[in-house]
Design a protein around this ligand. Structure first.
Ligand code: PLP
Length: 362
């Protein structure tokens, strides 16, 4: 029988707030690969199973699509004609695409000059109404939270509870594939919506005995990692001028503050932060040793896992999942600046010259 995959709402309908009459707005999001790392565990010399959940393979290249399919589906169901978000780039790209699919308008507030090139290109192509502000994500977010009282628009940032509902399905997919929850789950944390969503997903799978599919016997320890220049969960207070090369987590005032602390406490997990150089090191390791190209912010999850494996905080024998939140193609500028050691050769277009060039490098 044919079984065409039609998106995460269809797949997990019985666990999401939709009915048979709901018009589902989907671009085939979800069902992303869970890839076991083969070379990095050998390089670090530790007996650990590390899997990466490669969310960069969603339709617009980030996990935001999981939340957006739900948020836009519900916005349309409620009769909304327009959506709005503040964004460091990926939410705007995702909102723009799902608005097109639904036939409604998308307004996106982005920090001027701080959006990775690929994200800007997408958002322009999808035809969203782009509003650049002379401020950062947090400034945009505080405006968006007030705007609903002044204009007929639905907010699709992760303060929209349907975003969290859609995003929790990533945890479902992991349990479905591994047969149970992993021991540790590592995530980059910005606004903290995603760590909230994974914890909700794992919790539902561990406690919902009425489930038709596999039920997890446990929940993972949740490890949230931030960039040192944007680390409110490490300092314990909001940060006014967050700064990091990992623009997707350049956030100082996380909206899901209380939920993320609950996930940390209930799971026995922790938060930690890393200098940009450490994040970029993990970013490059994934490309060079595993053939997996993610965006800089995404690699924060691996940077954290590697540190905690090295210290023994994550013990040998553990099964670890790291979420790689977005695709490397989102931020070509940072990728290219990471490869200053690459020396492409320029030669004559002859067989001899190419042969020599190859033999020189063997
Ligand atoms: C949005 C985003 C994050 C941060 O997720 P939060 O839910 O805001 O914590 C991390 N990485 C990428 C690539 C993102 O787009």
């Amino acid at each position: 029988m044919a079984t065409r995959y039609t998106g995460l709402i269809d797949r997990y309908k019985n666990r999401l707030p939709v009915s048979d009459d709901t018009r589902v707005i989907s671009i085939g999001e979800g069902n992303t690969p869970l890839i076991q790392l083969q070379n990095i565990p050998k390089i670090i010399g530790k007996e650990v199973d590390i899997y990466v959940k490669y969310e960069g393979l969603n339709p617009t290249g980030s996990f935001k699509d999981r939340g957006m399919t739900m948020a836009v589906t519900k916005a349309v169901e409620e009769g909304s004609q327009a959506i709005i978000c503040a964004s460091t780039g990926n939410t705007s790209a995702s909102a723009a695409a799902y608005a097109v699919r639904a036939g409604i308008k998308a307004f996106v507030l982005i920090p001027e000059g701080k959006i990775a090139l690929g994200k800007l290109a997408q958002t322009l192509m999808y035809g969203a109404e782009i509003i650049e502000i002379n401020g950062n994500f947090d400034d945009g977010m505080s405006i968006v939270k007030e705007i609903a009282d002044h204009a007929p628009v639905t907010i699709v940032n992760s303060i929209n509870p349907f975003r969290i509902e859609g995003q929790k399905t990533a945890a479902f997919e992991i349990v479905d594939e591994l047969g149970d929850a992993p021991d540790f789950h590592c995530l980059p944390v910005g606004n903290a919506g995603n760590i909230t969503a994974y914890w909700k997903g794992y919790t539902e799978y561990a406690t919902d005995q009425g489930a038709l599919t596999a039920v997890a016997t446990k929940r993972p320890v949740m490890c949230g990692y931030q960039a040192a220049g944007a680390a409110p969960f490490i300092s314990g207070k909001m940060v006014d001028n967050p700064e990091t090369i990992a623009t997707a987590i350049r956030i100082g005032r996380p909206q899901s503050w209380d939920f993320a602390w609950a996930a940390q406490k209930e799971s026995g997990g922790w938060f930690d932060c890393f200098a940009d150089e450490k994040i970029l090191e993990a970013h490059k390791m994934l490309s060079r040793y595993e053939g997996i190209f993610c965006e800089p912010a995404s690699a924060t999850s691996l940077a954290g896992a590697l540190k905690d494996i090295a210290s023994g905080k994550i013990p040998e024998g553990s099964k670890i999942v790291c979420t790689l939140t977005g695709n490397g193609l989102k931020d070509p500028d940072t990728a290219i600046s990471q490869c200053k050691d690459a020396h492409p050769v320029t030669i004559d277009a002859t067989l001899d010259a190419v042969k020599k060039a190859i033999l020189d490098k063997m």
